[in-house]
Design a protein around this ligand. Sequence first.
Ligand SMILES: C[S@@+](CC[C@H](N)C(=O)[O-])C[C@H]1O[C@@H](n2cnc3c(N)ncnc32)[C@H](O)[C@@H]1O
Length: 472
Amino acid sequence: RGSEVDFGAQKQFSEQRGGLRFGSSNPLSGDSNGSNSCHAHNHDRTTLLSYNHHHHHHHHHNDLTDSTQTCPKVPTDPIEWPAGFSKPWTHTPFCTRIPGTSESSANGTTPLSKENSSFCVYTSATYRSGRGISVVTKPSIANEIAKLPAFNRKSSNLLGNQPPPYEIKYVVGKGMGVIANRTIFRGERLFAHSVIAIYHNEAFLTKRSREHGLRAKLMERGIEQLPQDARERFYAMIGQPGTENQVVGKLNVNTFGEEFGGEEHSMVVPETARMNHDCRPNAMYYFDRISLVHYTQASRTINAGEEITITYIDPLQSLEERQAAIERSWGFSCTCSLCTSPPTITGASDGRIATINRLVDLIRGAKTRAVDKDGLKPEQEVGMVDTLVSLYEQERLYAHIADAYVYAAKAYKRAGRAWEALRWAYKAEEAALVYDGPRHGAVRRMENLIEELHEELGLEVEGSVETGTSTS
Ligand SMILES: C[S@@+](CC[C@H](N)C(=O)[O-])C[C@H]1O[C@@H](n2cnc3c(N)ncnc32)[C@H](O)[C@@H]1O
């Protein structure tokens, strides 16, 4: 466990869930909330649509676009290379400069120095037996990424040699999609692929900038330096209509969001990016930041012929909010089964979603109160978690229900109802494995809870550690 690297923000099990894990943003296109005056000067939207998927996050002002504007300058990062920069990268890093110092050399490559580097392209063409990886980010973050155990792993075949349980096919109104070719059961692995590119969200280019040319080159170079197979997979991904730069257009609609060094990045996993969106999906993904591998599992039984889908957004939003989020970030209008249900059905669903959010607030609120005099009584909380689980089921949120099971296990334990707590803890552990993967803290917490409950209930087999080898 000593080797566990985590330089990103800790993800909470329940609350940071949702939309922001899929999709890319283009922060340089301007913050759509218009909350700061810097962006008032910025009319450089690259695209017709605002693909600012991480709109609720606070972005650093980015004045890489225009040094004359009155916004504060982005501070330069402490840069640790060139010391050891060549490892694990197989290409010389290619960097942009911050404004005011951008009299770059003819080929656009800047000397390696603390003062003038901002974003660089790092590529390892030998990464994972030649699958390759490009990272476009700040030097300090690239250094952290380079230290990951992922760079010592050889294997690029993470799925074994079984034929995939799906085919990539044309789906009316959606472009390509992933269609099951046999029955798939909950928990079955569907995709497991090493990311081929990671882009800092602030590295996205902007139109009016005098840095535009260099920035476009930076974005494109990330892909051009990849080995041929990865490059072809990148260009095979769907584009974004109306986006001038092909690479940026593909990044805008195909990437998964993840934090590195506490800052938002967009990751490319071309195989997994074939899955279309559904507000009530039958598959769920997680990203393992130690190995830089992205995993997808079935979250319920999927029948042969059925499309395999994931959700691009936080599914615990009303119909209106979901459709707005999809429209804003991807530019299509959602026609999933829930979104196209009659108003009586969608209205009932919106009501359940509001109740789910309210219950979670109440349960969490009770927990954070130091002395819960006016907090929830244990039996009240038990009633709430029963309702919560039921609402998730009614909403067909088969993967996200992990959160509800965790609340249920804790509530029953608190109420002194150990057997029921154990039942929920097992369900929570199973769901968290599908939802978050084995490395996630939720899985470990549920394992610990199960162990505690076993003790409380006298379930542990006496001397089980010693007699573990003698089987009948
Ligand atoms: C990550 S890609 C998914 C694969 C894509 N259909 C393809 O052909 O490669 C995202 C894009 O697929 C399309 N898409 C995804 N889900 C959709 C849906 N539910 N309805 C319509 N189009 C969808 C949109 O064009 C979106 O920008």
